[in-house]
Every structure is written in C-alpha cells, then in structure tokens.
Design a protein around this ligand. Structure first.
Ligand code: HAM
Length: 426
C-alpha cells in the first residue's frame, strides 16, 4: 500500500477533477460508502469461488466478533446502500459514480497493488434496452470511452463478451454443457480447475495454466452459448454512435460472479501484463439476490493507478496536459497582511473553479526567485501583482514558454488565458 505524496497527488486531483466534470455533465451523482462492510456482502455478491473472495479479501473479526472486510470493489457496496436507503423509491433509476480506495491482497507488481483506487459508475434500474434512447450498456460503454477521450488517451482496446446465456435464465443448462465439456478433458485440468469444475465451472476461465487455457480456447461456443441478438446489436450500436470498435473475446468472463449480460474490459498496451485499465458489465440479478427486487444494472470501474501509468506514457503526457492550464500567482509584497494577497487569492480561486491548475506563491518581493520556482515546477503562466499593478488594476502575465509578458486588466484574465494559442477552453 502506497503513500501519495505532494508532487504526485496533484495528478490524482487533476484526474478526479476531470472525472467529476464528465459525470456532472452526464448527470451522474456521487455516492460514498464505508470502506468496511460485513464480509457476507462480498461473499454473496462477488461469489464464494472467485479469486477475490477466496484469496484476496482483507477480512477480520471486529470487537463485536462480526466478520468485516475492507471493500475489494464498490458495486456490491453501492447495491447495499441503494437497497438500505430505498433510493429507488424516490427515482425510477439512478446514475451513480464513485471514487476511492479498494483493497485486495494480491501479489503486488506493476499495476497491481493491495490498496488501489477506482473511479466507477453504475446505472441502477436501467435495462439493456431502453425504448426511449440508448440502452444502458451502450450508455455506460460510451461514458467510459468519453472519459478516456477527455484525458486524450488513445489506442485503448475494448474487449467484450456476452454472458447472457452462461449466467442468465438458461444458466443451468449452459453450465451443464460446459461442465460436460471439461469433464471430457478432466485429465488435462489442473487441481484448482478440478475444484472449480465442481463448484463453479466458469471460474475455470480465470486459470493461468497453459494446458487449461488451451482447453478454454477450444470450447465449442457456437453450440453451447452463441452470442445473443441483443449483444450483437449493442456492438453494432456503439460502433455507429461512438465509432467504438469492440473486440469479441469469448474467454472474457471477469473475476466476479454477478454479471449476467455483456462484460467488457478496456485494455492498454502501455500497461504490460496487467493490461486492464477498466472493466465492467451488466448485472441484472445482484439486487434480487440481496433482497432488493428486480433491478437491472450496468456499470464500470477504472483503476486509477493504471490510468496514471498510461497517462505518464501517453502523448500528450499527464504533466503536459496539466501544464496547459497551469498558472503561478505571485503576490509581490512583504507579508500576508498586504493588500496584494487577497486580490491574488481571489483571482486564483476563480481560475481554479474553471479547471485551471493554480498555485499562489508565498508573499515576497523577490520576483527572480518566484520565476525560477515557477519555471522549475513547469508552470506555463506566471501572473504577477505588486503595488503598481494593484493601483492600475492590471496583472502582468508572463508566458513562460514564449518568454513574453503582457499587461491584462483584472477582469479579463480568464478571457486572456483561454484565448491564448494552444489553450483549450475549459
Ligand atoms: P475489476 O475488473 O475487478 O472490476 O476492477 C476494475 C479495475 O480496477 C481493473 O480494470 C483495474 O484497472 C483495477 N484494479 C483491480 N484490481 C487492482 C489491483 N490489485 N491493483 C490495481 N488496480 C486494480 C470491478 O471492480 C467491478 N466493480 C467493475 C464493475 C462496476 N462492474 C460493474 N460495475
């Protein structure tokens, strides 16, 4: 588990700010749930035979001898919260988003942490097909795609699969056929997969053993669980509306049991072995299993650590993107009681509200030191206010890239900055 130190944390804030901006435009509302939940919630929602529940949860008994678990994901917590507070009694459907730490006791490696962070979205009580608009799955896929576009991340591969037959109404029959198939090749199965054959045949798909993977590769899908019409329409629909190419991968079953329809992962080659940047899918039975009635849902979660890894290698990199809108304010004055400081703080606050990265320097009269510091930290603009600027109600704005300086009236700073060459309006 890692600290996020000053210098690094600004990147997290930048990503979170972008996510909040997108979610508010798309009318998603934030939900925050406790880090700790009763273990039973995850056992039931994620599934006893999954790796997460079986091997990766941080579980302990609290002082009241109740089994408690640090949340390994948020979909189950959101469902618990929506049911507990009767949120669907006040609205026919919900669009929720969240961000925060999750915990899984996996073997740490690049892109795999024991405490990691997710940004996620859930559409609650939104069916696959919406007679009035885009179905929920298309909306959620497009939302994820839009977020990655907003961060200028390209070359993301969307892998999808259809679990509607495997986990839906015909699950018993289809799973029986899958069991028969693997029974027929029992001699080639590893011990973990033999256990899974009895408990939950789908979990054999998670195996990393080459012989087992070869068997998985050869499952006769067309006979056992052909792709549904709805799934094919979804793939064609998102291609048409968002230009989003989905790559069908029949082995993609995802490590959580609650999925009942489309499942997907967004993968980036920049990540190496752990290439999934985000994952999600449709889960129509979770609420019913938790006593919440029939509530069809779909959602996704993005791994923030992995997003940062991609953004560091991306062109433009996160630092470059943050620099585009970065402004260093310099109050040229002796101390905090001088009139320059509140004027500068108010202007910096206004720019921060508009999505700019701002920092206000400590009051001091040494302009040379301020400029050195701004240059080292990579700020694109320095806005200076000393006593003569206050008198004239005019900033001195220095462009650090071009080494130019302009006087700008107090009320025109935002306009001046957004109309600069290379500055995107926010
Ligand atoms: P998940 O695929 O388990 O799905 O996790 C989503 C993302 O979290 C992964 O694609 C990855 O980027 C990140 N992640 C997972 N484990 C780790 C780890 N140990 N270290 C770093 N990053 C990690 C879910 O959690 C579902 N709740 C997604 C969902 C939402 N399905 C429906 N709604």
């Amino acid at each position: 588990m890692e600290d996020i130190l000053p210098g690094e944390v600004e990147k997290w804030q930048w990503i979170e700010k972008k996510a909040r901006a997108l979610f508010s435009v798309k009318r998603f509302r934030e939900i925050r749930t406790p880090l700790l939940e009763p273990t039973e919630l995850f056992n039931r929602a994620i599934g006893e035979t999954t790796d997460i529940v079986h091997k990766e949860m941080y579980t302990f008994q609290d002082r009241g001898e109740r089994f408690m678990t640090l949340r390994p994901e948020m979909t189950a917590s959101v469902a618990r919260s929506v049911i507990q507070h009767g949120l669907l009694k006040t609205a026919p459907s919900l669009a929720l988003y969240y961000m925060g730490p999750m915990f899984r006791a996996e073997r740490p490696q690049a892109g795999r942490k024991r405490q990691f962070h997710q940004i996620g979205a859930e559409l609650v009580n939104v069916p696959e097909k919406d007679p009035e608009g885009m179905g929920g799955d298309a909306l959620i896929l497009c939302c994820l795609h839009d977020f990655l576009e907003l961060l200028n991340i390209r070359y993301v591969k969307f892998r999808v699969n259809d679990l509607s037959r495997i986990n839906g109404a015909q699950a018993d029959k289809v799973r029986g056929q899958l069991r028969d198939y693997f029974e027929g090749h029992k001699a080639k199965l590893d011990p973990d997969s033999l256990y899974r054959l009895d408990k939950n045949v789908l979990r054999i798909f998670d195996s990393k053993i080459p012989e087992t993977r070869a068997l998985v590769e050869e499952v006769p899908w067309q006979d056992i669980a052909p792709l549904s019409d709805e799934f094919q329409q979804l793939c064609a629909g998102v291609k048409k509306t968002a230009g989003l190419d989905l790559e069908i991968d029949r082995r993609l079953v995802r490590g959580l049991d609650y999925y009942t329809g489309v499942v997907f992962e967004a993968a980036s080659a920049a990540l190496g072995a752990q290439d999934a940047l985000a994952g999600g899918g449709r889960y129509d039975n979770l609420y019913a299993d938790m006593g919440g009635g029939a509530v069809p849902c779909t959602g996704f979660s993005i791994g923030v650590e992995r997003l940062l890894m991609v953004l560091e290698k991306n062109e433009p990199s996160i630092s470059r993107q943050m620099r585009e809108h970065s402004v260093y304010f310099v109050p040229l004055c002796q101390h905090a009681g001088s009139p320059e400081l509140p004027v500068v703080e108010e202007a910096a606050g206004n720019l921060a509200d508009r999505g700019f990265e701002v920092e206000v320097a400590r009051p001091s009269l040494k302009l040379g030191d301020h400029l050195k510091r701004a240059s080292k930290a990579g700020f694109r603009y320095v806005v200076i206010a000393g006593s003569s600027e206050i008198e004239k109600q005019q900033w001195q704005v220095k462009n650090m890239d071009q080494n130019t300086q302009d006087p700008v009236a107090f009320g025109s700073l935002l306009n001046y900055l957004v109309t600069q060459k290379g500055m995107k309006s926010v």
